[in-house]
Design a protein around this ligand. Structure first.
Ligand code: SF4
Ligand code: SF4
Ligand code: SF4
Length: 352
């Protein structure tokens, strides 16, 4: 049974179990969030998504509020806007005014919310945190907790997506901060360097170390592709600047893996432009490999295959396919082996 409610005077329908935030987003009613992400358990920590609901006291965080029959919700009243501005101002009192050199500039959810609500940098003479940036020696994730807003997305991403439980919140009050394990390094706390925490972090507190300083988000073109490392078939976006891959980012629409990637898929892209990489085929001439054209290489392979078949029979030939190839390529390998070479000698490394 659909649930009928009214949002900003417009009648909308919700499904059983949906939150008010989900109903808003589904109906293209924009609501700002910082701690919320559709992949993660909602916690109502940042309170930026507050709304007014008739017959309910105070402002309510919509990310944890179930939609119920007859509910009347308002998402942008003066009271709501004032509350959001206050929350953002409080966050800025302990945030470096650092956007110009910040890795996340142009791709920062805090910056977007501050811009949307036009919150000025507050005059503030109180204490500020001064954590050493880049203190964690993890080779792939750069930490700068001066930019942390304690949204706990990293905590939930590591626990719920990667199952590693590396991050937690330690201490109390002003001393609250994100720590790895019992305040050790990420690797000591069991980190697998998958980069999920950086991918879900809404600010510049956790970023990808190998791509720091390489390009602004608007200078990169995203090209969706399939990972070449194994047969799972994860997809992600190559971020390309001037013909060079400078970063890999999760593609939330990836059918197999969503935002999740392993360390190889997310950070193992340097081979693409490595000077040692073979970009032209080699053939052996007089005992030494020499560069040749694809036409010559393929024609030589064709001749050799035909020669083996003619001299020794089709069953002298076999193919071993690879999990690093796509399903389509593996299909073609078996088709070629059976139809062209005339043998069923086909195997695949994943069977070993
Ligand atoms: S985290 Fe966002 S708001 Fe903070 S300095 Fe970086 S870009 Fe600016
Ligand atoms: S890189 Fe992956 S495993 Fe390591 S802390 Fe982040 S989410 Fe957890
Ligand atoms: S490090 Fe990033 S994701 Fe983690 S709590 Fe801080 S702002 Fe949120």
């Amino acid at each position: 049974m659909p649930i009928n409610l009214t949002i900003n005077g417009k009648p909308v329908q919700a499904r059983e179990g949906q939150t008010v935030l989900e109903v808003c987003w589904e109906n293209h009613i924009s609501l700002p969030t910082l701690c919320h992400h559709p992949d993660l358990t909602p916690v109502g920590a940042c309170r930026l998504c507050v709304v007014e609901v008739e017959k309910m006291r105070g402002l309510i965080a919509s990310c944890t509020l179930p939609a119920t029959e007859g509910m009347v919700v308002r998402t942008e009243t003066p009271k709501v806007v004032e509350e959001r501005k206050f929350i953002l101002e409080m966050l800025l009192t302990d945030h470096p005014n650092d956007c110009m050199t910040c890795e996340s500039n142009g791709d920062c959810e805090l910056q977007n919310a501050v811009y949307q609500y036009q919150v000025p940098w507050p005059e503030h003479k109180g204490a500020r945190h001064n954590y050493p940036a880049g203190a964690d020696p993890n080779p792939f994730v750069f930490t700068d907790f001066n930019k942390c807003i304690l949204c706990t997305r990293c905590v939930r991403a590591c626990a719920e997506i990667q199952g590693r439980n590396v991050w937690g919140v330690a201490f109390r009050g002003f001393n609250d901060r994100i720590v790895a394990g019992a305040d050790v390094t990420m690797l000591e706390a069991g980190c697998e360097s998958c980069g999920a925490c950086a991918a879900y972090c809404p600010t510049g507190a956790l970023t990808d170390k190998p791509s720091r300083g390489q390009a602004r988000s608007y200078q990169m073109k995203k090209v969706t592709t399939t990972c070449v490392y194994c047969g799972v078939g994860c997809q992600f976006d190559l971020n390309v600047r001037s013909g060079r891959v400078v970063k890999v980012t999760s593609n939330p629409k990836a059918p197999v893996n969503g935002m999740a990637l392993c360390v190889k898929g997310r950070y193992g892209y340097e081979f693409i432009h490595h000077p040692d990489r073979l970009t032209k085929p080699l053939v052996k001439k007089d005992g030494a490999f020499v560069e040749t054209t694809w036409e010559e290489a393929l024609s030589l392979i064709g001749k050799k295959f035909a020669q083996v078949k003619k001299e020794n029979g089709a069953d002298a030939f076999a193919t071993l396919a690879s999990a690093k190839a796509t399903n389509e390529e593996n299909y073609l390998i078996q088709k070629f082996t059976r139809v062209v070479m005339g043998t069923n000698n086909v195997d695949h490394c994943a069977r070993l």
